[in-house]
Design a protein around this ligand. Structure first.
Ligand SMILES: Cc1cc2nc3c(=O)[nH]c(=O)nc-3n(C[C@H](O)[C@H](O)[C@H](O)COP(=O)(O)OP(=O)(O)OC[C@H]3O[C@@H](n4cnc5c(N)ncnc54)[C@H](O)[C@@H]3O)c2cc1C
Length: 353
């Protein structure tokens, strides 16, 4: 032990997976090459603000991007002009934007899916993973970091208020490239553990203080609050941009995630599928664990085990074999075993990218 580490052991997960208490699910991350899209344009008479392409970081970045959206809208039309706003998309990006714009503006949400979105599937760790911006461009870096600051603080303000947000330590074997993107003033330096505080894990590692934002609590809470504020939601699929003309609203916030690939012909968007195994909840587990080949996020509803990163796979159908592999990798990590040979070059593991 170094003087940083504590002489304690944390409980390890019970990986018993018996259906139907244990479930397999999959979702598709809306990754955008270059960077996420957060900008406005005029499309015929509509003022359109785009807010999509947040890859594996949508839950994390949501409030920060919503804040930028709200500032763009306020710069275009003050609430006194009483303009109505259409928000396309009912995932985390649409819901947080709606929250910051209502009740100052009359907001209506339009979405093909009003629930069961990609956001509803997410694990919920606060971490800017699978997201890009131009790191050589100081303005892009500053903007990204500002978004992270706002997002983190707005999530943090909701701790203990029924939004499913809690402080967690994420234990990891190696220094995290993902957390390296977080501005140093935002979260504390990681703590070094020698070894990590799990019974069979002999390796050393780091503990990062971050947040867990539980989507099954957070998103229904946002939806309920919006209903209470009088925000209406309309189930509607937009097949092409011309259909925007059917909206009575002149301000449109585009939060359609991967849907923008077709709707706005954005070829920079790339689907990246992720599988999750949902084990029964284990309330004694109050930590997070991740490395390049696995992650385990104990939540109130389930212990979420993940780790797949499947490029250009655009379906939400869980593959049982992939889920069994994900479980085997996680079990081996917590049993102190090395990654099995057969997974060393697996193209679907983030560590092999
Ligand atoms: C397995 C997995 C784990 C993840 N874990 C995390 C995590 O731990 N932390 C984190 O921060 N992020 C995580 N993410 C990423 C996160 O889920 C996404 O970045 C986020 O959900 C994107 O939100 P969104 O609102 O842009 O898109 P979505 O949630 O996909 O919402 C898009 C909305 O637009 C609607 N829509 C799309 N096209 C149309 C159309 N043509 N017409 C009408 N409506 C349309 C949809 O119906 C939906 O309502 C994870 C993702 C996956 C797949």
């Amino acid at each position: 032990m170094t003087e940083d580490a504590s002489p304690f052991l944390l409980p390890s997960p019970d990986f018993t997976c018996v259906q139907p208490q244990c479930r397999y699910v999959a979702g598709v991350r809306p990754f955008r090459h270059g960077t996420y899209r957060l900008e406005h344009e005029m499309i015929r008479e509509k003022f359109v603000v785009h807010n999509y392409g947040h890859g594996g970081a949508g839950i994390s970045m949501s409030w920060g991007c919503a804040d930028v959206v709200a500032k763009i809208v306020r710069g275009y039309a003050s609430p006194s002009e009483q303009k109505s706003i259409a928000i396309l998309g009912a995932g985390v990006m649409g819901l947080t934007a709606a929250t910051l714009l209502s009740p100052d503006y009359k907001v209506t949400i339009y979405a093909e899916r009003l629930t069961c979105t990609t956001s509803d599937i997410a694990g919920g760790q606060w971490a800017p993973s699978v997201i890009k911006y131009d790191e050589r461009d100081p303005a892009a870096k500053a903007r990204f970091e500002d978004i992270l600051r706002t997002a983190y603080r707005m999530h943090e303000q909701r701790i203990g208020r029924g939004f499913g947000v809690s402080i967690r330590i994420n234990y990891t074997k190696a220094k995290s490239d993902t957390f390296a993107k977080v501005p140093p003033d935002l979260i504390a330096k990681p703590t070094w553990f020698e070894p990590l505080p799990f019974k069979h894990m002999a390796s050393n590692g780091w503990g990062y203080r971050t947040l867990l934002v539980e989507p099954p609590v957070f998103l229904p809470r946002l939806r309920n609050d919006l209903v209470k504020q009088g925000v209406q939601s309309v189930q509607k699929l937009f097949k092409n941009v011309a259909q925007l003309a059917e909206l009575s609203e002149t301000i449109v916030i585009n939060c359609t995630g991967l849907g923008s690939k077709t709707l706005f012909a954005d070829n920079q968007l790339q689907p990246i599928k992720g599988h999750l195994v949902l084990l029964p909840a284990q309330p004694s587990l109050t930590w997070l664990f991740s490395n390049g080949s696995t992650y385990v996020f104990p939540r109130e509803d389930h212990v979420v085990v993940g780790g797949s990163y499947e490029e250009n796979m655009n379906d939400e159908i869980p593959d049982p074999k992939r889920c069994q592999d994900i479980m085997r990798i996680a079990k081996d990590v917590f049993a102190g075993r090395a990654l099995a040979k057969e997974f060393e070059d697996a193209p679907w593991l983030l560590r092999n990218k």
